[in-house]
Design a protein around this ligand. Structure first.
Ligand code: DGI
Ligand code: FE
Ligand code: FE
Length: 193
């Protein structure tokens, strides 16, 4: 398959995502590119993963579930209860099958962009953090602090944002995917198993 064409992918995102989500996507792509420059990751991979990370966000839950069923993609109990979580898994699948992404690291960055995972690669961390701090985000507490920290110490920015995410989920009585908790526990202790 041909290498993914960024201009085509951007146009496709503009068509398939709603306006707010498309603006968010551009914010994540460019923030991820800036973080890649700062930390010496591949800038094009950061752009590509950022551009595609929410590509399955504007599908219905029914559609996400049917894609999983059709392609034998396992649905965890947490995902069955909160099918919006599936946008990461289905997004990584579409990145491969529809958008021609072959780079494992890019696919993983999309796959793990919501819950994270212990032992993330540099690119996975960059996408997770970029998703949290992109300029269009408004809500999160400590956002200004985490934005600054992201360019000073990526791991500390990640832990701080994970901590606030867990607090937010607990405060709203939302179900915490065990992977989100595991990711936090792992990085809180300095990122070693
Ligand atoms: O798709 P985005 O909104 O850009 O960002 P995302 O994919 O990181 O999703 C963010 C939302 O997902 C945010 O409201 C927190 C929520 N989230 C993250 N981990 C979990 C979670 N929601 C539940 N229910 N359980 C989790 O473990
Ligand atoms: Fe997302
Ligand atoms: Fe996002």
């Amino acid at each position: 398959m041909k290498e993914p064409d960024m201009r085509k992918i951007r146009r496709s995102m503009e068509k398939t995502l709603d306006h707010r989500r498309y603006e968010h996507t551009l914010g994540v792509a460019y923030t991820a590119a800036a973080l890649a420059m700062r930390y010496g990751a591949d800038v094009n991979n950061a752009l590509l993963a950022g551009m595609l990370h929410d590509c399955a966000k504007c599908l219905s839950n029914e559609k996400r579930i049917s894609i999983c069923e059709k392609h034998n993609i396992a649905i965890s109990p947490a995902e069955a209860k909160n099918p919006f979580l599936l946008h990461a898994k289905v997004g990584s699948f579409l990145a491969m099958k529809k958008y021609g992404v072959t780079d494992r690291d890019v696919i993983n960055a999309i796959l793990n962009h919501t819950t994270g995972r212990p032992g993330m690669s540099l690119l996975e961390k960059i996408i997770w953090v970029a998703d949290y701090i992109e300029p269009g985000r408004r809500q999160a507490p400590r956002l200004a602090q985490i934005r600054k920290l992201a360019f000073e110490d990526l791991d500390r920015a990640l832990v701080t944002a994970l901590e606030d995410t867990l607090d937010y989920l607990k405060g709203g009585n939302m179900e915490i995917d065990s992977m989100t908790q595991k990711t936090y526990d792992y990085y809180k202790d300095g990122g070693k198993l």
